[in-house]
Design a protein around this ligand. Structure first.
Ligand code: AMP
Length: 318
């Protein structure tokens, strides 16, 4: 049986369903999570369906996350979207649940689901939810279509990145035709930002360090972010804008997060694969887009050194 039909069968069986995604919610994780919640509740109004995880304030328009303190999870189904590793599941512990479904587009890290759909050639988890929708002949509402469209646009950066495929366009075309959503009007939700962030982006460009091998990086301290009036997640939303710069092969933004006492690294590449090195530093991700949470600026320097070496070797071979 088609795996998406199998998943639908399992969904039908459970009265209580929790949908989780990774920490540091982004539009794809949220789009996939809330679209799936809305679909299940619309088709099965008597079920209890919860979307869990810390809310992301800049992406409030996706929906409000639920609390599950009072539910009996050991009789429930957990569906985790967009999360390859156990340690990054936000708001739910798989071992508390009777049955687990994982739907993900990252290279595999942990096996934790009874059913796992892993397609690392898909551009986004939202694309996989669309596969689920069409495999089961589900008719999408406008709202569900908008959530999935925003998820796909978010992870592909408006169809710019690798893994945007003919399949992506096929599914998105079907979504647009079926739901008739006004998709250009949705971009303001994702891309509107205060001028403080634009000025901060200017600071980043003016203060980037570029190594001889082609690694660009910037260390963003809490102090500098406060000066510009931006939060520790701001830089992460700007990292993709350095994709087409002649001298840059790998680039890293380090942002200090004093609340969590860590330094967040956003890593991108147009050359060597970056996910393995990120994993060595406790992070992970896709081959050209990874991230890690570091304990100190010394670790940040070690990460820079590791990527500099990686790019040096990559250049020798290419
Ligand atoms: P970001 O730079 O936050 O947009 O993340 C890029 C990719 O790396 C995403 O696919 C994330 O799932 C992954 N990633 C980011 N941070 C981490 C982390 N701390 N551990 C593992 N994977 C991460």
């Amino acid at each position: 049986m088609n795996i998406y039909k199998q998943i639908f069968k399992v969904i039908k069986k459970y009265d209580t369903i929790v949908i989780a995604r990774h920490i540091g919610a982004d539009p794809d994780a949220l789009g996939a999570q809330f679209a799936l919640k809305n679909i299940i509740l619309r088709l099965f109004p008597d079920k209890n369906v919860y979307a869990v995880g810390n809310p992301a304030s800049r992406f409030k328009f996706f929906g409000n996350n639920d609390k599950i303190d009072d539910i009996n999870t050991n009789k429930s189904l957990l569906i985790v979207v967009d999360t390859p590793d156990l340690k990054r599941i936000d708001g739910a512990n798989p071992s508390d649940f009777e049955y687990i479904i994982k739907i993900d587009h990252h290279p595999i890290i942990d096996k934790y689901g009874n059913i796992e759909v892993i397609d690392d050639s898909a551009c986004s988890a939202s694309q996989l939810i669309l596969e689920f929708v069409y495999a089961n002949n589900i008719k999408l509402t406008k709202e569900e279509g908008e959530l999935l469209y925003l998820g796909i646009v978010g992870d592909t950066d408006r169809f710019l990145h690798d893994y945007t495929s003919t399949r992506t366009f096929e599914l998105v075309t079907k979504l647009l035709k079926d739901t008739g959503i006004d998709f250009t009007s949705l971009y303001k939700n994702l891309y509107h930002r205060p001028i403080s962030e634009v000025k901060f982006e200017g600071y980043i460009y003016n203060n980037l360090t570029l190594t001889d091998n082609g690694v660009a990086y910037i260390k963003l301290t809490d102090k500098i972010m406060k000066e510009y009036g931006v939060d520790s997640a701001a830089a992460g939303n700007m990292i993709n804008d350095l994709k087409f710069v002649d001298e840059i092969i790998v680039w890293i933004f380090f942002s200090e997060d004093v609340k969590s006492n860590l330094i967040r690294a956003n890593i991108r590449s147009i050359g060597p694969y970056v996910n393995e090195t990120a994993t060595i530093f406790g992070g992970g991700g896709h081959i050209y887009a990874s991230g890690a949470r570091l304990k100190s600026w010394e670790d940040a320097d070690k990460l820079i050194e590791a990527y500099d070496e990686l790019v040096k070797n990559y250049k020798k071979l290419n």
